[in-house]
Every structure is written in structure tokens, then in C-alpha cells.
Design a protein around this ligand. Structure first.
Ligand SMILES: Cc1cc2nc3c(=O)[nH]c(=O)nc-3n(C[C@H](O)[C@H](O)[C@H](O)COP(=O)(O)OP(=O)(O)OC[C@H]3O[C@@H](n4cnc5c(N)ncnc54)[C@H](O)[C@@H]3O)c2cc1C
Length: 386
């Protein structure tokens, strides 16, 4: 049999993140304000080992396993999806350096991130559209010059951009090999301009900004991997991170379900019985429960595949797609179950809907995930039972 039970260490870690969520995130009333980044909360998340959870112990991080990160993403997603995004982003934003960087690069860029609260960003998206950055092709370019490269272009809607000190940037080498090349760029490099021009529908506790590069010099020593290897580097990072998005979808779905349950226990129908005793209400909770369990099973399987299996891309995209869809469906359903309260700011459900919506967009919208799944699923012979 497949064993789904958590080890003592995993249980302890999950409970630790759950306690952090209950004590530090849920009581906050300032997590839904445009342009307000609750830095004191992130300082506490850093001290609790959450921000550096994905960084191996060798480089001063917490060295949490990939599965433990998935558990943490669910717990934080229960508290606030914006906080979950900014906190767990380290898994994505340090992945390129950790997977493909040299020891020198890891020592210079990763180790300092573990000494004090430091954010980093994964800079792929461009204002002209990012789903096919290779084919379009990317407008951010890296021009070879003596000793390094000159970066020009813009990266838009980048998480943690205005608070980050380090960016991993995907640019087109011109002239150079096809495909993208990955670079590490400090925020204080000459020619880097960071702005926050966005007012987001939700996840307002997460920072999202734009970075413009004006003749930014990047030394050769700060190219990650080889010229033209950026697409491979970026895909490997995002493949792992997408499972985290699915886990955050579980978290927010559980929060919406709990909200509906509490309402159902404290409000009454015409027959005098609590809503929670009415069959239609109970069936809605039952469907939520079943969808949450389906999503958790898929997410954990995807986590295993990304680490060990041959079906990593298919499963990570499946979990990411399902995570967004289920989170949107369950938060919407909870809002209806709360009646008028589901539509009021004071009722929380409307915030959960707004926060959850971006799970279907960032790290690749539905069409992108389905393209990746279809690449495997539509092969003649794929999935046929022998
Ligand atoms: C809050 C937030 C945080 C973000 N954080 C980051 C970050 O940290 N780093 C980063 O790099 N990016 C980040 N993004 C960007 C995000 O990943 C992209 O917005 C997303 O992947 C979609 O890309 P796009 O906006 O360029 O849309 P496009 O690529 O222009 O896509 C627009 C629509 O067209 C559809 N589409 C695209 N190609 C096809 C096709 N071939 N066939 C059919 N339909 C297609 C898409 O599914 C989508 O619905 C963030 C976005 C948001 C909103």
C-alpha cells in the first residue's frame, strides 16, 4: 500500500506552521490593503524559519524537504494567500541558483539570504506576454560585452519585486544561442529600476512589482548555467513551484469550507433547524470535502513525481490547474452558502474569492497547464492499460 501518514518530524513541522498561521496571520487585519507590505509579519516568518525553508542547511537555510514545503504552503494558504505567496516564493526564486548555480554563486547569493530577512524574485514575465517567452521571443535582452553582458528590457508582475534584493532574470542573448539565458542581478545594480504600479484584485499582502533594466552590466560570473539554458532552468524551477500553488489552493479551500461550516452551525432555516442539518447544505460541504481530498491526493502525488518520477511535468501541471479551479469553485460556493454575509467585506468569503483567483493565473494559466498535460496525454499509446 501507498503510505500517506506523516512522519513525526513532518507532523511537528506542519503543526509549527499551523501555529504560526493561527497566531500570527489569522488575527491580522492589515493583509488586504493596496500597497501595504506587512514587513513585521515577514520578519517573524523569517525568524520562524519559513522564508528560508527551501534553502539547504549547507548554505545556512532550514533544509526542509520538498514535501515539507508543500505542507507549509497549505497551512499558510489557510491563513492568507498573499502571505503564503510572498513567504513560499523562495522555493521558486532561489531554485535557479540552487539547481544550476556554481558553488561560488551559491556562496555569494544564497548564503547572505539566510543571515537576515531577504527577498528574491524569479523574473520571467514581460509586459508583452509570457506564456511563450521563447517563441515570441523575449524582449528582455542580454548583449555580450567585454567581461559580461548588458541587460535591457522589462519584467512585469513580479512577486516580491519591490522588496527583493536579488533577481534571477531570464533574457534573450542577442546575438547568441536560441532560447533564454538566466542571470542573477542585484537590485542595487546600476540601471535597475523597480516600481510597483499595480493595484491587485487580491493577495495584497504579497508584493508585486515591475523591474526595468537600462543597460545593466552583469558580469560573466553571474550568468547561471550556460548561454541558452535559461528555458530549461526556468521550467525546472516552475515545475516544482506549481505544486506549491496547488497546496495553497488546498489551504484556501479548507478556510472557505470552515467558514461555511461555522455559518451553518450558527444560522437556522425556516424549520428551526441549523443550516448544517439541512441536506442541501450538508451535501455542499460534502462536495467541498471530497474536492479538497482529491486535490490533496493529487498534490502529494505531484510532489512525489517532481522529486522521483517520470511524470513530473504532467502531474505538476495537473495539480496546479486543479488547485486553481477547485480553490475558485470552493471559495465561490462558500460565499453563496453564507448568504448576504458572503458578499460583504466583513464576511471574509469575498476576500478568499479575490485571493484565490490568481491561483488560476500565475505560474501559467489554465491553457498553459493543459498544453503541458496534453503534450504527454495525447501521445498515441499514452495511458493505455496493457
Ligand atoms: C499576482 C501575480 C504575481 C506574479 N508573480 C510572478 C513572478 O513572481 N514571476 C513571474 O515571472 N511572473 C509572475 N506573474 C506573472 C504570471 O505568471 C503571468 O501573468 C501568467 O503566467 C500569464 O502570463 P501573461 O500574463 O503574460 O499572459 P499571456 O501569456 O499573454 O496569456 C494570456 C491568456 O492567453 C492564454 N494563452 C496563452 N497562450 C495560449 C495558447 N497558445 N493557446 C491558448 N491560449 C493561450 C493564457 O492561458 C491566458 O489566459 C505574476 C502574476 C500575478 C498576477
Amino acid at each position: 500500500m501507498v503510505d500517506f501518514s506523516l512522519t513525526d518530524e513532518q507532523t511537528q513541522w506542519r503543526n509549527q506552521v499551523r501555529k504560526f498561521t493561527q497566531e500570527e496571520i489569522i488575527p491580522r487585519t492589515d493583509l488586504d490593503i493596496h500597497g501595504h507590505f506587512p514587513k513585521d509579519l515577514y520578519q517573524k516568518a523569517f525568524e520562524a524559519g519559513l522564508i528560508t525553508a527551501a534553502i539547504p542547511k549547507t548554505y545556512g537555510g532550514q533544509g526542509r524537504s520538498y514535501f515539507e514545503l508543500i505542507l507549509a504552503a497549505e497551512e499558510l494558504g489557510y491563513g492568507d494567500l498573499g502571505v503564503a505567496t510572498s513567504t513560499m516564493l523562495g522555493k521558486l526564486s532561489t531554485a535557479s541558483l540552487l539547481n544550476f548555480g556554481t558553488e561560488d554563486q551559491k556562496t555569494r547569493w544564497i548564503v547572505p539570504m539566510t543571515k537576515k530577512l531577504t527577498f528574491s524574485s524569479h523574473c520571467w514575465t514581460e509586459p508583452e506576454g509570457s506564456s511563450n517567452l521563447v517563441g515570441r521571443p523575449a524582449t528582455t535582452t542580454a548583449k555580450p560585452v567585454p567581461g559580461g553582458f548588458l541587460l535591457n528590457g522589462a519584467k512585469s508582475t513580479i512577486s516580491n519585486a519591490t522588496v527583493a534584493s536579488v533577481f534571477t532574470v531570464f533574457a534573450r542573448m542577442n546575438p547568441g544561442p536560441d532560447g533564454l539565458t538566466c542571470f542573477v542581478v542585484p537590485r542595487d545594480a546600476k540601471g535597475v529600476e523597480v516600481t510597483n504600479p499595480y493595484k491587485k484584485m487580491g493577495q495584497r499582502a504579497a508584493d508585486t512589482g515591475r523591474i526595468d533594466f537600462h543597460d545593466v552590466f552583469v558580469p560573466e560570473a553571474d550568468m547561471i548555467g550556460k548561454p541558452g539554458q535559461g528555458t530549461q532552468i526556468g521550467m525546472r524551477a516552475i515545475r516544482a513551484s506549481r505544486v506549491g500553488v496547488a497546496a495553497m489552493g488546498i489551504g484556501v479551500s479548507c478556510r472557505a469550507r470552515d467558514l461555511a461550516k461555522v455559518y451553518g452551525h450558527s444560522h437556522f432555516a425556516g424549520d428551526g433547524k441549523a443550516l448544517i442539518q439541512q441536506q442541501d447544505f450538508r451535501f455542499q460541504i460534502a462536495e467541498m470535502e471530497a474536492e479538497i481530498e482529491m486535490l490533496r491526493a493529487l498534490t502529494w502525488r505531484a510532489c512525489w513525481e517532481v522529486e522521483n518520477g517520470p511524470e513530473a511535468m504532467k502531474l505538476s501541471s495537473s495539480a496546479k490547474w486543479a488547485g486553481g479551479e477547485i480553490a475558485v469553485r470552493i471559495t465561490n460556493r462558500a460565499s453563496e452558502m453564507l448568504g448576504a454575509m458572503g458578499y460583504l467585506e466583513s464576511g471574509l468569503a469575498e476576500k478568499l474569492i479575490r485571493d484565490a483567483k490568481v491561483l488560476t493565473i500565475y505560474e501559467g494559466p489554465g491553457a498553459v497547464q493543459k498544453m503541458l498535460i496534453a503534450d504527454v496525454a495525447c501521445r498515441l499509446g499514452a495511458g493505455l492499460k496493457k
